[in-house]
Ligand binder design. Structure first.
Ligand SMILES: [Zn+2]
Length: 67
């Protein structure tokens, strides 16, 4: 199953805040490398179904120093 895209709303250092396609709220994720597409379990995973939790969502960050 394809993970839906989460919109990146803020990047501060390596902490990326995204809008969750499941609950519509913001979740923050620590990423190791910027400039890649990450797939994560939703920050609200405790309240989601097992399917949603394992599917998660994707988000893409830009490389450091670019906008
Ligand atoms: Zn959520």
């Amino acid at each position: 199953m394809n993970a839906p895209d989460a919109e990146v709303v803020r990047v501060r250092g390596h902490v990326v805040t995204v809008t969750c396609p499941y609950c519509g709220r913001a979740h923050a994720h620590q990423v190791e490398h910027l400039g890649t597409t990450e797939r994560r379990g939703p920050g609200c995973g405790l309240f989601r179904s097992t399917t949603d939790r394992t599917t998660g969502y994707r988000f893409t960050t830009r490389r450091e120093g670019t906008q």
